[in-house]
Design a protein around this ligand. Structure first.
Ligand code: QAP
Ligand code: CO
Length: 171
């Protein structure tokens, strides 16, 4: 097991489009375990492979209170959606920033688990928001891209300034 570094916005690698997973081998199981460990350590409720610089269609999530219900979504596809809801989102790649985003309220997702087995999932509320947020990462999209250019640029400047401070403090 290992903790993986999480790419920080505005890292251009966050805009990479992820490729489908074709082989469900030992290396994939290791990446799933490492991403889960990284997410629990953060702590976060969702992490896409894109955020750890692995550009394949893999998401780990855990919305349970006890943090013992790991959900692994591989090659996810939204096959139905309806309604709309606003939720204040955050992201491990944009720490300290929380903004409202409007997304579909109900979704039906088709995906594969870590062994390659296909399954379907109906989601609403936070689960629905989290799946859509993480699936955006796989398309190279970060939630701040839903905000106005003004807000986004302010967030970008803040992140760049913060990264410089961390860099400076490590000398
Ligand atoms: C995505 O986000 C999400 O700013 C998962 O300082 C978030 O796990 C989907 C985190 C909200 C739906 C609603 C964020 C941790 C974790 C931070 C996360 C931070 C520390 C975010
Ligand atoms: Co995110």
């Amino acid at each position: 097991m290992a903790l993986l570094p999480i790419l920080q916005y505005p890292d251009p690698r966050l805009h990479t489009v992820a490729k489908p997973v074709k082989v469900f081998d030992q290396a994939l199981q290791q990446l799933v375990a490492d991403m889960a460990e990284t997410m629990y350590d953060a702590p976060g409720i969702g992490l896409a492979a894109t955020q750890v610089d692995q550009h394949i269609q893999l998401i780990v999530m855990d919305l349970s209170k006890e943090k013992n219900e790991l959900l692994v979504l591989i090659n996810p596809k939204i096959i139905a959606q309806s309604g709309s809801q606003e939720y204040e989102e955050g992201c491990l790649s944009v720490p300290g920033i929380y903004e409202n985003v409007t997304r579909a309220e109900f979704i039906t997702v088709e995906a594969q688990d870590a062994t390659g087995k296909s399954f379907r999932l109906d989601a609403d509320g936070l689960l629905s928001v989290c799946i859509q947020h993480e699936m955006d990462h796989l398309k190279g999209k970060v939630f701040v891209e839903y905000l106005s250019p003004l807000k986004r640029n302010r967030i970008r400047s803040k992140m760049v300034k913060h990264a410089r401070e961390i860099e400076r403090n490590s000398y």
